[in-house]
Design a protein around this ligand. Structure first.
Ligand SMILES: NC(=O)c1ccc[n+]([C@@H]2O[C@H](COP(=O)([O-])OP(=O)(O)OC[C@H]3O[C@@H](n4cnc5c(N)ncnc54)[C@H](OP(=O)(O)O)[C@@H]3O)[C@@H](O)[C@H]2O)c1
Length: 292
Protein backbone atom coordinates (compact mmCIF):
# COMPACT_ATOMS: atom_id res chain seq x y z
CA UNK A 1 0.00 0.00 0.00
CA UNK A 2 1.10 3.55 -0.65
CA UNK A 3 1.97 5.69 2.36
CA UNK A 4 -0.11 8.72 3.35
CA UNK A 5 1.31 11.16 5.89
CA UNK A 6 -1.29 13.24 7.75
CA UNK A 7 0.10 16.07 9.86
CA UNK A 8 -2.16 16.88 12.80
CA UNK A 9 -3.61 13.35 13.13
CA UNK A 10 -4.35 14.16 16.78
CA UNK A 11 -6.68 16.97 15.71
CA UNK A 12 -10.33 16.91 14.68
CA UNK A 13 -9.84 16.80 10.92
CA UNK A 14 -6.64 14.71 10.96
CA UNK A 15 -8.44 12.02 12.97
CA UNK A 16 -11.29 11.99 10.45
CA UNK A 17 -8.85 11.67 7.54
CA UNK A 18 -7.13 8.73 9.27
CA UNK A 19 -10.53 6.97 9.49
CA UNK A 20 -11.23 7.65 5.82
CA UNK A 21 -7.80 6.64 4.50
CA UNK A 22 -7.03 3.47 6.43
CA UNK A 23 -7.73 0.38 4.39
CA UNK A 24 -6.60 2.06 1.19
CA UNK A 25 -3.38 3.63 2.45
CA UNK A 26 -0.66 2.84 4.96
CA UNK A 27 -1.46 5.77 7.27
CA UNK A 28 1.20 7.73 9.14
CA UNK A 29 0.20 10.69 11.27
CA UNK A 30 1.78 13.32 13.46
CA UNK A 31 0.76 14.52 16.91
CA UNK A 32 2.31 17.20 19.06
CA UNK A 33 1.02 17.83 22.60
CA UNK A 34 -1.64 15.11 22.55
CA UNK A 35 -0.18 11.62 23.11
CA UNK A 36 -2.96 10.05 21.11
CA UNK A 37 -3.23 6.61 19.58
CA UNK A 38 -5.25 6.34 16.37
CA UNK A 39 -6.24 2.81 15.45
CA UNK A 40 -4.87 1.82 12.05
CA UNK A 41 -2.34 4.65 11.94
CA UNK A 42 1.30 4.94 12.93
CA UNK A 43 1.55 8.14 15.01
CA UNK A 44 4.81 10.05 15.49
CA UNK A 45 5.04 12.85 18.05
CA UNK A 46 6.84 15.84 16.62
CA UNK A 47 6.92 19.63 16.75
CA UNK A 48 6.41 20.60 13.13
CA UNK A 49 8.03 23.98 13.71
CA UNK A 50 11.32 22.08 14.25
CA UNK A 51 12.10 21.67 10.57
CA UNK A 52 15.27 19.61 11.04
CA UNK A 53 13.50 17.05 13.23
CA UNK A 54 10.53 16.92 10.89
CA UNK A 55 12.71 16.46 7.82
CA UNK A 56 14.20 13.37 9.45
CA UNK A 57 10.73 11.94 10.19
CA UNK A 58 9.66 12.72 6.62
CA UNK A 59 12.73 11.04 5.14
CA UNK A 60 12.25 7.97 7.38
CA UNK A 61 8.60 7.53 6.39
CA UNK A 62 9.10 8.40 2.68
CA UNK A 63 5.42 9.22 2.13
CA UNK A 64 3.73 8.90 -1.27
CA UNK A 65 1.33 11.76 -0.42
CA UNK A 66 0.87 14.30 2.39
CA UNK A 67 -2.16 16.09 3.86
CA UNK A 68 -1.21 19.02 6.08
CA UNK A 69 -3.84 19.70 8.76
CA UNK A 70 -1.59 20.66 11.70
CA UNK A 71 -2.14 24.29 12.65
CA UNK A 72 -2.95 26.63 15.49
CA UNK A 73 -6.63 26.83 14.68
CA UNK A 74 -8.16 29.20 17.21
CA UNK A 75 -8.49 32.66 15.61
CA UNK A 76 -8.53 34.27 19.08
CA UNK A 77 -5.31 32.48 20.11
CA UNK A 78 -3.60 33.47 16.84
CA UNK A 79 -4.69 37.08 17.36
CA UNK A 80 -3.02 37.08 20.78
CA UNK A 81 0.07 35.00 19.83
CA UNK A 82 0.80 36.00 16.23
CA UNK A 83 4.50 35.10 16.20
CA UNK A 84 4.02 31.64 17.64
CA UNK A 85 1.11 31.02 15.23
CA UNK A 86 3.08 32.28 12.22
CA UNK A 87 5.74 29.60 12.79
CA UNK A 88 3.20 26.78 12.59
CA UNK A 89 0.53 28.21 10.30
CA UNK A 90 2.85 29.67 7.68
CA UNK A 91 6.52 28.65 7.98
CA UNK A 92 6.01 24.97 8.85
CA UNK A 93 3.29 24.56 6.21
CA UNK A 94 5.44 26.07 3.45
CA UNK A 95 8.46 24.00 4.52
CA UNK A 96 6.38 20.85 4.32
CA UNK A 97 5.25 21.80 0.81
CA UNK A 98 8.94 22.18 -0.11
CA UNK A 99 9.72 18.64 1.05
CA UNK A 100 6.84 17.31 -1.05
CA UNK A 101 7.98 19.35 -4.06
CA UNK A 102 11.46 17.78 -3.75
CA UNK A 103 9.89 14.30 -3.95
CA UNK A 104 7.23 15.37 -6.47
CA UNK A 105 4.41 13.78 -4.43
CA UNK A 106 0.83 15.05 -3.92
CA UNK A 107 0.58 17.69 -1.20
CA UNK A 108 -2.79 18.86 0.12
CA UNK A 109 -2.99 21.89 2.38
CA UNK A 110 -6.01 22.71 4.57
CA UNK A 111 -6.90 26.38 4.40
CA UNK A 112 -10.08 28.09 5.50
CA UNK A 113 -13.07 30.20 4.45
CA UNK A 114 -11.62 32.81 6.84
CA UNK A 115 -9.34 34.06 4.04
CA UNK A 116 -12.41 36.18 3.10
CA UNK A 117 -14.03 39.15 4.86
CA UNK A 118 -17.62 37.89 4.68
CA UNK A 119 -19.15 40.78 2.71
CA UNK A 120 -19.27 39.24 -0.80
CA UNK A 121 -20.35 35.64 -0.38
CA UNK A 122 -20.59 33.13 -1.94
CA UNK A 123 -16.85 33.00 -2.57
CA UNK A 124 -15.26 31.19 -5.48
CA UNK A 125 -11.63 30.14 -5.82
CA UNK A 126 -10.88 33.26 -7.87
CA UNK A 127 -12.56 35.70 -5.45
CA UNK A 128 -9.99 38.13 -4.01
CA UNK A 129 -8.85 37.22 -0.51
CA UNK A 130 -9.40 39.78 2.25
CA UNK A 131 -9.03 38.27 5.75
CA UNK A 132 -10.30 40.15 8.80
CA UNK A 133 -8.07 38.55 11.43
CA UNK A 134 -4.50 37.30 11.91
CA UNK A 135 -5.43 33.63 11.53
CA UNK A 136 -6.95 34.41 8.12
CA UNK A 137 -3.92 36.50 7.13
CA UNK A 138 -1.62 33.64 8.07
CA UNK A 139 -3.63 31.19 5.98
CA UNK A 140 -3.35 33.57 3.02
CA UNK A 141 0.44 33.77 3.46
CA UNK A 142 0.59 29.97 3.71
CA UNK A 143 -1.53 29.51 0.55
CA UNK A 144 0.67 31.92 -1.41
CA UNK A 145 3.94 30.46 -0.08
CA UNK A 146 2.82 26.89 -0.79
CA UNK A 147 1.67 27.56 -4.34
CA UNK A 148 4.89 29.46 -5.07
CA UNK A 149 7.02 26.65 -3.62
CA UNK A 150 4.99 23.85 -5.17
CA UNK A 151 2.52 24.90 -7.89
CA UNK A 152 1.15 21.32 -8.10
CA UNK A 153 -0.03 21.45 -4.48
CA UNK A 154 -3.78 21.38 -3.74
CA UNK A 155 -4.90 24.18 -1.43
CA UNK A 156 -8.30 23.22 -0.02
CA UNK A 157 -10.37 25.90 1.69
CA UNK A 158 -12.59 24.30 4.29
CA UNK A 159 -15.81 25.63 5.81
CA UNK A 160 -16.94 25.34 9.41
CA UNK A 161 -16.82 21.64 10.31
CA UNK A 162 -18.73 19.55 12.82
CA UNK A 163 -18.42 15.90 13.61
CA UNK A 164 -18.50 12.95 15.86
CA UNK A 165 -16.59 14.22 18.88
CA UNK A 166 -13.52 12.02 18.92
CA UNK A 167 -11.27 11.12 21.81
CA UNK A 168 -8.79 13.57 20.35
CA UNK A 169 -10.82 16.66 19.58
CA UNK A 170 -14.34 17.82 20.10
CA UNK A 171 -14.56 21.48 19.14
CA UNK A 172 -17.68 23.61 19.32
CA UNK A 173 -19.97 20.73 18.42
CA UNK A 174 -19.72 18.78 21.67
CA UNK A 175 -20.43 21.88 23.75
CA UNK A 176 -23.51 22.53 21.58
CA UNK A 177 -24.74 18.96 22.02
CA UNK A 178 -24.25 19.14 25.80
CA UNK A 179 -26.00 22.50 26.12
CA UNK A 180 -28.93 21.29 24.02
CA UNK A 181 -29.24 18.07 25.99
CA UNK A 182 -28.92 19.77 29.40
CA UNK A 183 -31.33 22.57 28.49
CA UNK A 184 -28.62 25.20 29.11
CA UNK A 185 -28.81 28.55 27.34
CA UNK A 186 -27.03 28.47 24.00
CA UNK A 187 -26.26 31.85 22.43
CA UNK A 188 -25.94 31.59 18.65
CA UNK A 189 -25.37 34.20 15.96
CA UNK A 190 -28.27 35.00 13.65
CA UNK A 191 -25.96 37.10 11.48
CA UNK A 192 -23.08 34.69 10.82
CA UNK A 193 -23.45 32.35 7.84
CA UNK A 194 -21.33 29.41 6.69
CA UNK A 195 -21.57 26.38 4.39
CA UNK A 196 -20.67 23.70 6.95
CA UNK A 197 -19.81 20.05 6.41
CA UNK A 198 -19.01 17.14 8.70
CA UNK A 199 -15.40 16.17 9.33
CA UNK A 200 -16.05 12.93 7.46
CA UNK A 201 -17.35 14.81 4.40
CA UNK A 202 -14.33 17.13 4.45
CA UNK A 203 -11.99 14.13 4.82
CA UNK A 204 -13.56 12.57 1.71
CA UNK A 205 -13.04 15.82 -0.19
CA UNK A 206 -9.41 15.95 0.89
CA UNK A 207 -8.81 12.34 -0.23
CA UNK A 208 -10.30 13.31 -3.58
CA UNK A 209 -7.90 16.24 -3.69
CA UNK A 210 -4.95 13.90 -3.06
CA UNK A 211 -5.89 12.01 -6.22
CA UNK A 212 -7.28 14.71 -8.48
CA UNK A 213 -6.77 18.33 -7.51
CA UNK A 214 -4.13 20.98 -7.79
CA UNK A 215 -4.33 24.70 -7.04
CA UNK A 216 -7.11 26.30 -5.04
CA UNK A 217 -10.28 24.36 -4.35
CA UNK A 218 -13.25 25.03 -2.08
CA UNK A 219 -14.72 22.15 -0.04
CA UNK A 220 -17.85 23.81 1.35
CA UNK A 221 -21.21 22.17 1.81
CA UNK A 222 -24.27 22.73 -0.37
CA UNK A 223 -26.32 24.66 2.20
CA UNK A 224 -25.76 28.18 3.55
CA UNK A 225 -26.94 28.43 7.14
CA UNK A 226 -26.66 30.78 10.12
CA UNK A 227 -25.22 29.54 13.41
CA UNK A 228 -28.66 30.00 14.98
CA UNK A 229 -30.46 27.95 12.32
CA UNK A 230 -27.75 25.31 12.61
CA UNK A 231 -28.68 25.11 16.31
CA UNK A 232 -32.37 24.75 15.40
CA UNK A 233 -31.51 21.94 12.98
CA UNK A 234 -29.50 20.18 15.68
CA UNK A 235 -32.42 20.52 18.11
CA UNK A 236 -34.69 18.94 15.56
CA UNK A 237 -32.30 16.07 14.80
CA UNK A 238 -31.67 15.44 18.52
CA UNK A 239 -35.39 15.81 19.21
CA UNK A 240 -34.85 18.18 22.14
CA UNK A 241 -37.72 20.64 22.20
CA UNK A 242 -36.77 22.00 25.66
CA UNK A 243 -33.45 23.45 24.52
CA UNK A 244 -32.90 27.18 25.14
CA UNK A 245 -31.47 28.79 22.03
CA UNK A 246 -30.81 32.50 22.37
CA UNK A 247 -30.50 34.69 19.28
CA UNK A 248 -27.45 36.91 19.33
CA UNK A 249 -25.47 39.09 16.93
CA UNK A 250 -21.76 39.21 16.29
CA UNK A 251 -21.66 42.68 17.86
CA UNK A 252 -22.97 41.22 21.17
CA UNK A 253 -19.80 39.24 21.73
CA UNK A 254 -16.36 40.81 22.21
CA UNK A 255 -13.59 38.52 21.00
CA UNK A 256 -9.89 39.06 20.28
CA UNK A 257 -10.24 38.13 16.61
CA UNK A 258 -12.76 40.03 14.47
CA UNK A 259 -15.43 37.79 12.88
CA UNK A 260 -16.76 37.81 9.32
CA UNK A 261 -20.53 37.79 8.65
CA UNK A 262 -20.97 35.44 5.67
CA UNK A 263 -18.21 33.05 4.67
CA UNK A 264 -20.30 30.83 2.40
CA UNK A 265 -18.20 29.05 -0.20
CA UNK A 266 -19.14 28.29 -3.79
CA UNK A 267 -17.68 24.79 -4.18
CA UNK A 268 -18.84 24.05 -7.74
CA UNK A 269 -15.31 23.19 -8.82
CA UNK A 270 -15.07 20.42 -6.21
CA UNK A 271 -18.60 19.19 -6.98
CA UNK A 272 -17.55 18.80 -10.64
CA UNK A 273 -14.56 16.71 -9.48
CA UNK A 274 -16.89 14.33 -7.61
CA UNK A 275 -17.10 15.93 -4.14
CA UNK A 276 -20.59 15.11 -2.89
CA UNK A 277 -21.61 16.55 0.49
CA UNK A 278 -24.90 15.02 1.65
CA UNK A 279 -27.75 17.30 2.79
CA UNK A 280 -26.80 18.92 6.11
CA UNK A 281 -29.59 17.13 8.00
CA UNK A 282 -28.29 13.74 6.83
CA UNK A 283 -24.72 14.60 7.78
CA UNK A 284 -25.94 15.70 11.21
CA UNK A 285 -27.97 12.51 11.72
CA UNK A 286 -24.88 10.51 10.84
CA UNK A 287 -22.69 12.41 13.32
CA UNK A 288 -25.28 12.44 16.10
CA UNK A 289 -26.31 8.78 15.88
CA UNK A 290 -24.54 8.09 19.19
CA UNK A 291 -26.76 10.70 20.88
CA UNK A 292 -30.12 9.81 19.34
N1 LIG B 1 -12.30 22.89 12.37
C1 LIG B 1 -12.80 23.74 11.49
O1 LIG B 1 -14.01 24.06 11.52
C2 LIG B 1 -11.93 24.28 10.37
C3 LIG B 1 -12.51 25.14 9.43
C4 LIG B 1 -11.73 25.61 8.36
C5 LIG B 1 -10.40 25.21 8.24
N2 LIG B 1 -9.85 24.38 9.18
C6 LIG B 1 -8.45 23.97 8.99
O2 LIG B 1 -8.39 22.54 9.02
C7 LIG B 1 -7.16 22.13 9.62
C8 LIG B 1 -7.45 21.18 10.77
O3 LIG B 1 -8.26 21.83 11.73
P1 LIG B 1 -8.75 21.07 13.05
O4 LIG B 1 -10.05 21.64 13.45
O5 LIG B 1 -8.63 19.60 12.86
O6 LIG B 1 -7.65 21.54 14.10
P2 LIG B 1 -7.35 21.00 15.58
O7 LIG B 1 -8.37 20.02 16.02
O8 LIG B 1 -7.11 22.22 16.39
O9 LIG B 1 -5.98 20.21 15.39
C9 LIG B 1 -4.78 20.88 15.14
C10 LIG B 1 -3.65 19.88 14.99
O10 LIG B 1 -2.44 20.59 14.82
C11 LIG B 1 -1.45 20.01 15.64
N3 LIG B 1 -0.41 20.98 15.97
C12 LIG B 1 -0.55 22.22 16.49
N4 LIG B 1 0.66 22.78 16.68
C13 LIG B 1 1.59 21.87 16.26
C14 LIG B 1 3.02 21.85 16.20
N5 LIG B 1 3.78 22.90 16.61
N6 LIG B 1 3.63 20.74 15.71
C15 LIG B 1 2.88 19.68 15.30
N7 LIG B 1 1.55 19.63 15.33
C16 LIG B 1 0.91 20.73 15.81
C17 LIG B 1 -2.22 19.54 16.86
O11 LIG B 1 -1.46 18.59 17.57
P3 LIG B 1 -1.72 18.31 19.17
O12 LIG B 1 -3.19 18.41 19.41
O13 LIG B 1 -1.18 16.91 19.35
O14 LIG B 1 -0.93 19.34 19.90
C18 LIG B 1 -3.47 18.96 16.20
O15 LIG B 1 -3.19 17.65 15.75
C19 LIG B 1 -6.42 23.39 10.01
O16 LIG B 1 -5.51 23.73 9.00
C20 LIG B 1 -7.52 24.45 10.09
O17 LIG B 1 -7.02 25.73 9.83
C21 LIG B 1 -10.59 23.91 10.24
Amino acid sequence: MKKLLISGASGFLGWNICQEAKGNWEVHGTAFSNPVKVRGANIVRIDLTDFKAFKKVFNDIKPDAVIQTAALTSPNYCQEHPDEAEKMNVDAAVNLAGLCADRNIPFVFTSTDLVFDGFNAPYREDSPVCPVNIYGEQKVRAEEGILKTYPSAAVCRLPLMFGEPTTVASGFFLSMINALKEGDELHLFVDEFRTPVSGQTAARGLMLAVENARGLIHLGGKERISRFNFGLLMMDVLNVSEARLVRCSQKDLKMSAPRAPDLSLDSSRAFALGYKPMPLREQLIDCLKGWL
